[in-house]
Design a protein around this ligand. Sequence first.
Ligand SMILES: C[S@@+](CC[C@H](N)C(=O)[O-])C[C@H]1O[C@@H](n2cnc3c(N)ncnc32)[C@H](O)[C@@H]1O
Length: 245
Amino acid sequence: MNSNSIAAQSNITNHISAHYPISWSMCRAEQATLIQILKNIKPKVAIEIGTYNGGSLQVISDYSEKVYAVDLTPSYRDKRCDNLSNVDYLIGDSNRIIPELVKKINNSDDIVEFILIDGDHSSEGVLEDIINVLKLKPKQPITIILHDSFNPACRKGMRLYDYNANPFVNYVELDYVTGAFNHDGLYREMWGGFACIALTPEKRLTALEISAYQDKLFKTTYYRSIHFFRKFFWFLKPFYKVFKK
Ligand SMILES: C[S@@+](CC[C@H](N)C(=O)[O-])C[C@H]1O[C@@H](n2cnc3c(N)ncnc32)[C@H](O)[C@@H]1O
């Protein structure tokens, strides 16, 4: 099959890219879920941490009245994002920008209803983003989607927040959408997946249970992944590099 016919086939089967042409760093299941969530909520205000090309942003912008899009750099952003007239681009480290933005929103009439966290993928970076966005006072229910909950570092960051200490958190699911095992020879990484956190304006009265619906799948995959290997067999790295060649 030549490359033209492969391209034609992927156009035929990719119903999402027909509507949203900017490339995404998300799989089809994640794209479809994100579209459906936004279609249901139609947020007055949305926040995205981690814009990159603008793949997820093109959808968030489509369904929201106003979007704050945060990224370290605008350099990867697709030119077509310039047409998204309801987006306010905030350039810099989310760790600095989100606290300022949250303070501004808490003192304004802005009603945040949706947040995507997909920026710094280290455990500390994910945790900082959660700590900072969860300082928002919910005026309406807020749905927060966190990308890459199947990645061990991101998942660890997502687990580190003390959700029970925040009375507005009413739901936490680490496997809202299950992630994937990228088994490219020896390079076996775990990525993708959506965690979901729901906030409500009413305070929670009972203890909260953090759900991880596919934790067994996560653990089974982890022991076969490069993440486990790197953590416990780091001293074999020079041999691994030779073997990989
Ligand atoms: C995986 S990409 C986002 C993909 C995008 N959400 C999508 O689905 O198309 C991650 C982005 O987060 C940005 N990023 C990483 N660390 C960040 C930080 N501390 N503050 C703001 N943005 C950050 C990177 O520059 C990169 O563009």
